[in-house]
Structure formats: structure tokens, C-alpha cells
Design a protein around this ligand. Structure first.
Ligand SMILES: Cc1cc2nc3c(=O)[nH]c(=O)nc-3n(C[C@H](O)[C@H](O)[C@H](O)COP(=O)(O)O)c2cc1C
Length: 363
């Protein structure tokens, strides 16, 4: 999620939640090929995140071809194409969910990306494809840090996946899925809303279920997405829609614990929606510890002036405990992890909570 799932957030999720796979924020293929430092920021990742998939967006097949080489070179485990972003400056320019309106271009982009991944796996270099010097330099610099002096892992053909929505202004997911399947991605992820809906209303899981049948006929896996707030809901949606897995977005904000217990639902064959919550209850102490861990980690990955980007995460952790709103109001003004620690200490010294109060629900 753009502006949310940065390297620090994903590190926290990987360490404390351990989801099966993580995706980067979407990254513009033009920025990748241009080689600007800011443009490459979403492509930072740590080893603990594996398998880690880079998500790209854009509308020029030739840029996807080159960007695919970069994603291979940087050691990612997969490449996902965003065909679902509804934001005006992305979709109205023909990228993201805008591609739903130009299926031929979408297929061309997939073909070009696949070719890029294949050629990279065969040994083609960034120099050979004429990538800008600044981009080549950054790739070398990053790999020097990642692999040190040792050899990077052998090249392999990375899987290509696509994430999309139900349609542009109406639900066309069955036809759209049939079209996407021609591009032979390994996985199609579906957010159960149209572009026009943005994030309004509820995700349409019936439409996801119908599309899943269409996509499965092509032997392609489906990940369903939209409004999942617990592993119980995830298990229920898997059971009733037939999807092969679930993507969780907003419910993971301030809640890395949401992924704990995923192994319990992996083989669940019954509706778990009405059963007890799989997710463990999180003590206030653990929640506070997570806030400070996240803040300290953020500082280790970023320069101090970037700390304001951490504030929203701190705000998300502040819920479901006494005086959480007051704590949130202060947390979103912090500038350092030290200030976060001071607020947590103040809270602990000012509020003596009953055992019941201290055991907060985790979302
Ligand atoms: C702030 C924000 C940024 C997002 N950025 C991306 C993105 O970069 N790539 C993407 O595939 N989806 C993005 N999404 C959509 C989510 O991945 C997800 O499809 C959507 O929020 C529905 O799932 P959820 O109900 O589990 O959050 C974003 C959503 C939000 C709220």
C-alpha cells in the first residue's frame, strides 16, 4: 500500500506477523528506469521479508521490459503489475486500474514484462538493455550492500502476477479475468471493488468467487482481497469463494499480530467466521513494545527528518485501550523514537490500569 507498506512496516510484519508473502508499495516503471533515488525508495527491502514481491505500475511496455531486469537484479522473489490503482493521477493517465479499459495494452505490458524476466534469467545485463547509468549505478550499490563481496544467488525466472479490481465503472471481472489469463500470470489478485467505488461500499466477494471459477479454468491461482479484518474472516472467505489465498491490507495497519495463527486456517474446511477469534489478544505492554520497536526500526532505516512518515503508524497502534485517543493525539506529533518512548513512559506512570483494561484487543 502506497505510503504505508514501506520497508520498516514490512520488516515489522515479517518479524512479528510472518505473512506468507509481502508486496512493496507500487513503484513507477519510469522512475525505475530513470534511476532517481526517490523513485527507487519503495524497492528497499530486508532479507527477513522473503518472499518479497515488487509491485510496479505504468503504461509503457518497453519500460516494463527494462524494469523487469532491475527487479531480477535486485533479488526480488516476484514481480506484480498493478492494474487496480484508482487514484486520479495514476488511472486517468492509463496506468493502474486505467488498464482495465485498454486490455490490449495490458496484455502487451504483461508480455513485455515476462520477456524481460526471461531475458534477465538468461543472463542479459542492465548494460545490454541500455538502462540509464544512474539506474545501473544504484542497482550495483544496492547489491553491494545486500550481497557484500559474495556472489548473488543464481538467476531464475521470477513469477509474474497481476493485481486488479472488478472493473472500471461496472463489474466486468469475468471477461477481464479471461483476458488477463491470456497473459499467463502465475496469480491474479482481485480487490472486490470497481475503480469508481474507490474504497467505498463493501468488497463484492460474490463477484470474486465467480471470477475465481473463470480464472481457475486457466490453471491460474487467485488471491481475494477486500475488507478482511481477521483470520476468521479470511478462512471464511477462502471457504465460500474458492480463492487460493487472501491479501490483507488496511487491517494490518498497527496490527502485525493479524497474521499470527495463519497456519490454523490454512487447511480449515469449515466456516470459522462465527467461531472464537484466532488472533491472540494483545496485552497493552506488547502493544507499547511494538510501537517503540517500530519507531526505533524506522529510525534505523531512515534519516530523522522523515520521522513524520512514522506518525500515522503510531496512531494506528493507539486504539482499543483506555485513553487511546489522547495518546494518539500526542503520538502523531512525535519527531523521534525517544519522544515515543517518553510518551509511553508517561502513560504508564499516569495510568494504573486494571488487569482487564491492560489486556487490549488488537484491533
Ligand atoms: C493508502 C492505501 C494505499 C494503497 N496502495 C496500494 C498499492 O500501492 N498497490 C496495491 O496493489 N494496492 C494498494 N492499495 C489497495 C490495497 O492493497 C487493498 O487492495 C485495499 O485496501 C483493499 O484491501 P483491504 O480491505 O484489506 O485494505 C492501497 C490502499 C490504501 C488504503
Amino acid at each position: 500500500m502506497d505510503g504505508v507498506t514501506d520497508v520498516t512496516f514490512r520488516h515489522v510484519m515479517a518479524t512479528y506477523g510472518r505473512p506468507d508473502v509481502l508486496f512493496t508499495e507500487f513503484t513507477n516503471v519510469h522512475d525505475i528506469c530513470h534511476g532517481s533515488r526517490a523513485g527507487w525508495e519503495p524497492l528497499r527491502y530486508s532479507e527477513c521479508e522473503r518472499p518479497i514481491v515488487a509491485q510496479l505500475y505504468g503504461k509503457h511496455p518497453a519500460l516494463f521490459y527494462k524494469a523487469a531486469h532491475v527487479i531480477g537484479e535486485l533479488g526480488f522473489d516476484g514481480l506484480d503489475i498493478n492494474m487496480g490503482c484508482p487514484s486520479k493521477n495514476v488511472a486517468s493517465s492509463g496506468s493502474g486500474a486505467g488498464l482495465i479499459r485498454t486490455p490490449d495494452l495490458a496484455l502487451e505490458i504483461m508480455a513485455s514484462t515476462k520477456q524481460g524476466l526471461a531475458d534477465w534469467a538468461q543472463g542479459q545485463t542492465l548494460e545490454e538493455i541500455g538502462l540509464k547509468k544512474s539506474a545501473i549505478h544504484q542497482a550495483k550499490e544496492r547489491n553491494q550492500v545486500r550481497w557484500g563481496g559474495s556472489e548473488p544467488p543464481p538467476r531464475r525466472r521470477l513469477p509474474l502476477t497481476v493485481k486488479t479490481r472488478l472493473g472500471y465503472d461496472s463489474v466486468v471481472i469475468n471477461e477481464w479475468s479471461d483476458c488477463l489469463a491470456q497473459g499467463q500470470p502465475e496469480v491474479i489478485s482481485i480487490h472486490g471493488r470497481t475503480l469508481q467505488q474507490m474504497y467505498r461500499g463493501e468488497a463484492d466477494w460474490e463477484a470474486i468467487a465467480n471470477a475465481t471459477q473463470v480464472i481457475h479454468r486457466h490453471g491460474i491461482l487467485v488471491l481475494g482481497n477486500g475488507d478482511i479484518r481477521s483470520l476468521n474472516e479470511a478462512a471464511n472467505r477462502i471457504h465460500t469463494s474458492g480463492v487460493d489465498g487472501i491479501l490483507i491490507g488496511r487491517a494490518a495497519q498497527g496490527n502485525p499480530w493479524i497474521f499470527q495463527g495463519k497456519d490454523l486456517i490454512r487447511n480449515a474446511t469449515q466456516n470459522l467466521n462465527s467461531g472464537p477469534l484466532i488472533q491472540p489478544r494483545i496485552s497493552l505492554e506488547s502493544r507499547f513494545q511494538m510501537m517503540i520497536n517500530h519507531a526505533v526500526l524506522f529510525e534505523s532505516f531512515n534519516e530523522t527528518p522523515r520521522f513524520p512518515r512514522m506518525r500515522k503508524h503510531l496512531g494506528w497502534y493507539c486504539s482499543e485501550f483506555p485513553y487511546a485517543a489522547a495518546m494518539r493525539a500526542n503520538m502523531v506529533k512525535t519527531n523521534t523514537a525517544q519522544e515515543v518512548q517518553r510518551l509511553l513512559d508517561e502513560y504508564t506512570s499516569q495510568h494504573v490500569l486494571t488487569e482487564q483494561e491492560a489486556l487490549s484487543a488488537s484491533y
